[in-house]
Ligand binder design. Structure first.
Ligand SMILES: C[S@@+](CC[C@H](N)C(=O)[O-])C[C@H]1O[C@@H](n2cnc3c(N)ncnc32)[C@H](O)[C@@H]1O
Length: 243
């Protein structure tokens, strides 16, 4: 299977469908949307096919998406919302003035961004004083699984006399990891949670909220799965006033 986001774009679009996958639709959307202000200018960094830009725009925000994968940006994000603003750019070097956004968003994109410290610093630079930085990301123990990601249950190990458990390894070691599922094959990046927290504190941001959001979808079995092992976390940070 060819590797990388350009090759994986059709598979990604298929997996997202119209409403997003379960982790987005039934776990992360609720806290991410609840943390948005009623109005303002929002930047979605690594916006993919533009789903969260469209959600923010439908709530009255001026949403801007940046995305380096052309097959997601032009073929999908701009096509699905021709009035939206989507630019080709990387998180590590944002083409915007200082303090030009009320909100910056990383919606399951930090896991894909190679230079995450530069990305966090850039997202803080373009955020106005008092502005909000919203982050949804995979938990570190999910990205620390020693096996590749063939399906959603792959982190469970059932061997010998041991009860069902998760396999993780090298938790403290920042590294790239291959991730493959469905028709998608991309590079993810594992970092311990402290690496993200330290980078965010280093950007002079204040932590306002943190959650392992519960799943609230229609399938109780899926909800139980997320309860046993929260897949993703939510964080809301704020740019200091007078910073
Ligand atoms: C898992 S997808 C998430 C897309 C979207 N945020 C969503 O929730 O559907 C990760 C995205 O990060 C993008 N990405 C990869 N490297 C990036 C970088 N250096 N800067 C910004 N985005 C990047 C990928 O192209 C991909 O669209």
């Amino acid at each position: 299977m060819s590797h990388g986001w350009d090759h994986s774009a059709p598979g990604w679009i298929a997996v997202m469908g119209k409403g997003g996958d379960a982790t987005r639709a039934h776990v992360l959307d609720a806290p991410m949307l609840a943390a948005l202000p009623a109005t303002g200018r929002a930047l979605d960094i690594g916006c993919g096919e533009g789903r969260f830009c469209r959600m923010m725009a439908s709530r009255g925000m001026q949403a801007v998406g940046v995305e380096p994968t052309d097959a997601l940006l032009r073929a999908q994000a701009q096509k699905r919302d021709p009035n939206g603003t989507h630019l080709a750019a990387r998180a590590e070097e944002l083409p915007f003035d200082d303090a030009s956004f009320d909100v910056t968003v990383f919606y399951l994109s930090l896991i894909d961004i190679p230079q995450f410290r530069a990305a966090i610093s850039e997202a803080a630079r373009v955020l106005r004083q008092g502005g909000r930085k919203l982050i949804a990301n995979l938990h570190a123990y999910v990205s620390a699984r020693p096996r590749i990601w063939p399906n959603v249950d792959s982190h469970w190990v059932e061997t010998g006399d041991l009860p069902r458990h998760m396999a993780i390894d090298d938790m403290q070691e920042e590294r790239s990891t291959p991730s493959r599922w469905d028709e998608i094959s991309v590079t993810n990046y594992h970092r311990p949670l402290s690496a993200y927290i330290q980078a965010l504190l280093g950007a002079a941001l204040i932590l306002r909220d943190f959650a392992d959001p519960p799943a609230t979808g229609p399938d109780p079995d899926v909800n139980t799965h997320y309860h046993r092992m929260p897949w993703a976390f939510f964080m809301a940070w704020q740019q200091k006033q007078g910073a």
